[in-house]
Design a protein around this ligand. Structure first.
Ligand code: SAM
Length: 273
């Protein structure tokens, strides 16, 4: 089948060919026999088949209709795998999780289609589905961005936002030669261990994410300029006062703030608005 199947670029189909890679992904994901697993994009099952002997139950969501028949055949010997044909962005995750995994912790494990990595991650996180962890393969430079700390080059709005939901760890690099077709860039596997509840207090979550977004909209500006431009009710001096009251410099740039510091700024804006 794999020879007859024409991989579709528009679906980000770069399939793993070296079985050692999915084995290692599963090992380092921390998934065990108590866990349900949501897999996004099983492809031809390279990762799913490694998950099957380890996890309690797997639900694999695949968008490509052409893969459904072959996957049904490949998964037939494994009663703990079920297949859902759908676009992950259209799936009602709350309904799917309560229906398929009513009584077990759920982890996400996937070799993500690269064209849609960030929207998928944000959907998984923002929905607050109570996932225990999210272990995914992404493009190497995206992994670097997601794992960077405040003040580092790759640190951006997505990094600061993810810091609210959990702790990100870079697991290992996977070179392009381990896929068919071979992608132009290397990949890396990351794992996000989600916090069961937020580790710092946030008055207004929506505002926190707005503050983060505003801070990175104009990277070269100081944070007080960027926030004053975004929140017209505040002058640059008002924001500078807030920053100083939090022990930060009035002319600090947004990229220097940790997620927790963004939360403190957002809480102060909420209080003064
Ligand atoms: N897991 C397989 C592997 O590691 O060999 C395939 C990974 S491949 C990088 C990405 C997979 O995601 C493909 O099977 C593709 O068809 C599927 N896919 C792409 N967009 C999707 C979407 N929006 N929802 C669900 N699956 C999607």
């Amino acid at each position: 089948m794999s020879e007859q199947f024409h991989k579709k670029k528009q679906y980000g189909q770069n399939f793993l060919t070296n079985p050692a890679i999915p084995q290692r992904i599963v090992k380092e994901s921390g998934i065990d026999e108590t866990c349900g697993v949501l897999e996004i994009g099983p492809g031809l099952g390279a990762l799913t088949l490694q998950l099957a002997p380890v996890a309690k139950k797997i639900v694999a969501v695949e968008i490509d209709h052409e893969l459904i028949d072959p996957l049904t055949e490949i998964f037939a010997p494994y009663p703990n795998i079920s297949l859902v044909e759908n676009d992950i962005m259209k799936v009602d995750l709350e309904a799917l999780l309560s229906e398929r995994f009513p009584d077990m912790p759920v982890c996400v494990c996937a070799n993500l289609p690269y064209y849609i990595t960030t929207p998928i991650l944000m959907k998984l996180l923002e929905g607050k589905h109570g996932f225990r962890s999210i272990t995914v393969m992404v493009q190497k430079e995206v992994a670097e961005r997601l794992c960077s700390k405040s003040g580092e080059d790759g640190y951006g709005a997505i990094t600061a936002s993810i810091g609210y939901y959990g702790k990100v760890k870079r697991l290992f690099t996977v070179t392009a030669g381990n896929f068919s077709p071979k992608p132009k860039v290397d990949s890396a596997v990351i794992r996000i261990d989600l916090y069961e509840k937020p580790i710092f207090h946030v008055e207004n979550e929506e505002l926190l994410f707005e503050v983060i977004k505003a801070a990175f909209l104009q990277r070269r500006k100081t944070l007080s300029n960027a926030l004053a431009a975004y929140f017209p009710a505040f002058t640059k001096e008002d924001i500078g006062d807030i920053l100083v009251s939090l022990g930060l410099r009035a002319d600090i740039r947004g990229e220097m703030l940790s997620t927790q510091q963004f939360a403190l700024v957002a809480n102060e804006i909420e209080k003064r608005k």
